[in-house]
Design a protein around this ligand. Sequence first.
Ligand SMILES: Cc1ncc(COP(=O)(O)O)c(C=O)c1O
Length: 393
Amino acid sequence: MSDTTRQIDQMIPLCEPRMTGKEWDYIKDCLETNWVSSVGQYVDKFEGQMADYVQKKYAVACVNGTAALHTALLVAGIQPQEEVLVSGLTFVAPVNAIRYVGAYPVFIDVQPDTWQMDPQKVKNFLSNQCELKEGCLVNKTTKRRVRAILPVDILGHSVDMDPVLDVARQYGLFVIEDAAESLGALYKESKVGSKADISCFSFNGNKIITTGGGGMLVTDNRDWAERCRYLTTQAKDDPLESIHEEIGYNYRLTNIQAAMGVAQMAELDAYVKIKRSNAKKYHEGLSDIEGLSLPQEASWAKATFWLYTVLIDENVFGMSSREVLKDLKKEGILTRPFWHPAYRLKPFQSCYADQQEIVDKLYARGLSLPSSVGLKEEEQRRVIQKLKDCQKS
Ligand SMILES: Cc1ncc(COP(=O)(O)O)c(C=O)c1O
């Protein structure tokens, strides 16, 4: 074992996968039967399991969550120069996907308590900053047509979807949900990802369940599901004669990865339970620290606490979130700050950003703590203690 490996082994990771189910057996089955590529029984099974779980009619497996988002925007028919409303506080993937189809993001601020896209601000933007022109909703400032809303359920907690869906219906917009971080969470009585016209998931290594890399699209729209399958398989119109009427993509998930997914799906509910129980322990251990705010669960949500994230008020706590991150790293504890506000990133600086007051406030304060399903009790106690020590030092 090299020194680097030994050091990494002793670290408490941010969020690592756990594979203690049938992963090996199913992957071995793929290797033994030669079904290793993008068709096979595990792809079909994984798609079926996801459709059942999220209570949608169709599920289409994809090479990763970003490709799923790209495909979702394509099947929704989002055109170059159009606009899509997206949460201002998000990992960059959905924003990139909007640009892949030549459309532009419009950044919407988030709620101060849930940190999710604020439906009231969506409403305000659409009613105050847009106008109807020849039957199309147009952003008065950019003159671009607004076509869709892309809420992102961050950190294992749902967006308040009903008012988003209501306002989308009112203005004739599609809702494309990025549920990559929130598989297993609930919105009211429904699984996250079940409410939108089309929703996307990720099975990247840090997600609640993983296929190494992978994604999934779910929808009730049969035409859209078929089109997802078509576009993600190189748009094959005649596979024998290699006729392709459109530009397609090689975006399918392999049977080997899907085999891992099938095994992981069997563990999903247990993983949600473990994450919620670990969140409770963090809540109990961290509740009396001044300058530290704990994540809240909205009355309409049941969160997975995929990444348990706290807010650090530098003036009260005595250290900034970035300073705490550095101190904890020295102690072998890996944490992660909130994403840089997307509207300030170089590729998106010219895009329309509605006021981003909450995003700007949160970004400096957010810090995600170790949240692996396999987080041991003594490790969690160490994280809590070291965080308390940061304040004292
Ligand atoms: C909110 C969000 N959307 C999309 C993605 C992209 O998924 P992938 O990494 O599978 O492409 C991720 C994470 O990776 C994410 O956190």
